[in-house]
Design a protein around this ligand. Sequence first.
Ligand code: ATP
Ligand code: MG
Length: 189
Amino acid sequence: MGGTFDPVHHGHLVAASEVAARFHLDEVIFVPTGEPWQKGDKVVSPREDRYLMTVIATASNPQFSVSRIDIDRDGPTYTIDTLRELHALEPDAELFFITGADALSQIFTWRGAEEQFALAHFIGVTRPGHRLHDPGLPQGRVSLVEVPALAISSTDCRERVARGEPVWYLVPDGVVRYINKRRLYRDGD
Ligand code: ATP
Ligand code: MG
């Protein structure tokens, strides 16, 4: 499951858990992006902070792990590079790439679109407030999955912290504490 995870929240975790159950996955590897090219104009928290929050959020689940492959690669993150590296690490594994419906609708703008479909099965999870319009997705390589609706986004979490509002129960407890410890998302100090 790829994402910026700035911060990781319960929407991500529920989506991963639901897809793992539905597709009988052995494990879900969370892959925080290095430099998210779709978010080029926005300020993103340091990659080590996003990585550590993802580790904190997933550590107790034996089926979840976190990979550094994208944060350790220089330059913008492209999903095709992520998939090539995962495939090289585990040539026999059947790969599924989990992403949100919003990202999936831009799938054909991704670099190396054709090769990505050969490397992985794509799963788009529904998310509140994002309507799926099918842009003509390749047959059999993309599935859409309804996950229990959690109207949580990282953007909203960051804005709440900046306004001094709570993010308890939107993100895991350890992530709340990490945000406070590192004073993330507090504009103007
Ligand atoms: P931001 O608000 O900064 O864009 P985000 O909440 O969308 O952050 P990302 O790290 O960009 O989080 O998300 C990774 C993937 O998880 C995206 O493809 C996104 O669509 C999906 N996702 C995020 N929140 C939810 C949610 N509440 N339910 C289902 N999918 C989600
Ligand atoms: Mg997003």
